[in-house]
Unconditional design. Structure first.
Length: 123
């Protein structure tokens, strides 16, 4: 685990107080250590790097950061879901894989697989 001051030092221009504010706003999910200091994982540091790029390079304002982070998180979740589906598909017999891949490529009107609902088939 990495202390807040050490994380802030990795990013020139990022004040420890601003990083602490990002944690308080839950833009970064650091944990408090036994001494009460914020502790960061490498994943947290990657999130800080993303925030620095959004704020400095892309000049995203504070009011839009939650929206941008939410969209990025949704994209990562979708990618994880697709990877899990592809892994499950890979475990199926060849004829099942072929049929599913053909159905996914089919652009005719009709039932489609809906990955967002509890019912897997929608009209």
């Amino acid at each position: 685990m990495i202390r807040l001051e050490a994380v802030a030092q990795r990013f020139p221009g990022l004040a420890p107080a601003e990083l602490a504010l990002w944690v308080e706003r839950r833009w970064v999910r650091a944990e408090r250590g036994p001494d009460g200091a914020w502790r960061f994982t490498e994943m947290d540091v990657a999130r800080v790097q993303l925030l620095v790029e959004l704020r400095v390079t892309l000049e995203v304002t504070d009011d839009l950061i939650p929206l941008v982070l939410s969209l990025i998180d949704q994209l990562y979740d979708a990618r994880r879901t697709v990877r899990a589906l592809l892994a499950a598909l890979d475990e199926q017999p060849a004829e099942v894989r072929s049929a599913l891949l053909e159905a996914a490529r089919d652009d005719r009107p009709g039932p489609r697989i809906d990955l967002t609902s509890s019912s897997s088939i929608r009209p």
